[in-house]
Design a protein. Structure first.
Length: 94
């Protein structure tokens, strides 16, 4: 039970971070960031579409990790279920 809870939290974290990183670089708050006022030399670099795209790419990578983790979980569960079914059929008919 604890493993499932940790897994669910991890997958939800990956999805949340992924969506945030995809959307946030294209929001107004990205360029109105007070940190950019303190570091004016960094502003043109951070506002570059290349950097915004790279940050969004990290978000896509996080979503891919979440989907891969879910697929692996389902695959393992199906293998475990089919192994149990096979053992039951051998026990019943063997």
């Amino acid at each position: 039970m604890r493993v499932r809870l940790v897994f669910a939290i991890y997958v939800l974290y990956c999805i949340e971070v992924g969506l945030f990183l995809i959307v946030f670089p294209w929001m107004e708050l990205w360029w109105r960031n007070p940190v950019l006022d303190w570091l004016p030399g960094v502003r043109p670099w951070v506002l570059s579409p290349w950097v915004r795209g790279a940050v969004s790419g990290l978000g896509v990578a996080n979503l891919i990790v979440a989907v891969a983790e879910i697929a692996e979980y389902v695959r393992r569960r199906c293998i475990r279920t089919s192994a149990a079914d096979t053992a039951d059929s051998v026990r019943n008919y063997g």
